[in-house]
Design a protein around this ligand. Structure first.
Ligand code: DGP
Length: 114
């Protein structure tokens, strides 16, 4: 979708700091990091958000979680731990309508989040 920011990032039309790339997913650093490591894993195909997921998306979801595991390993977070977040809808703070998995780590995190 030409008017979707993350589709434009995936296409290379908007610059980003790449962490990982595959045929199905793309991972890049969040422009406004909330932790020392803050990476967004997105599917290359346009999916609006987690509320739009159906059983047709099982492969892409598996690949997104595998990408997150690889990001955690690359960022030396696998042992110390990290947080995975999907924001859905306005009260969550979701601002970009293209499915994205936040990978956050590198500092202790409180629960529940603010
Ligand atoms: P969410 O609030 O869940 O919709 O998260 C969207 C994230 O996307 C937010 O943490 C900031 C990040 N973001 C927004 N615009 C850009 C951009 O142009 N480049 C990058 N790298 N990240 C962006």
């Amino acid at each position: 979708m030409s008017d979707c920011l993350f589709c434009r990032i995936v296409a290379g039309d908007v610059p980003s700091s790449e962490v990982l790339s595959s045929a199905t997913t793309y991972a890049f650093r969040d422009v406004n990091p909330g932790a020392p490591t803050h990476v967004l894993v997105v599917p290359r195909e346009h999916i609006v958000d987690a509320a739009a997921i159906t059983s047709d998306h099982r492969n892409v979801l598996t690949e997104m979680f595998q990408a997150a595991q690889q990001v955690a390993a690359l960022e030396h977070l696998s042992e110390r731990g990290y947080r995975l977040v999907f924001n859905v809808g306005p009260e969550s703070g979701n601002s970009v309508p293209h499915l994205h998995l936040h990978v956050l780590g590198g500092r202790p995190m409180s629960w529940p989040p603010g």
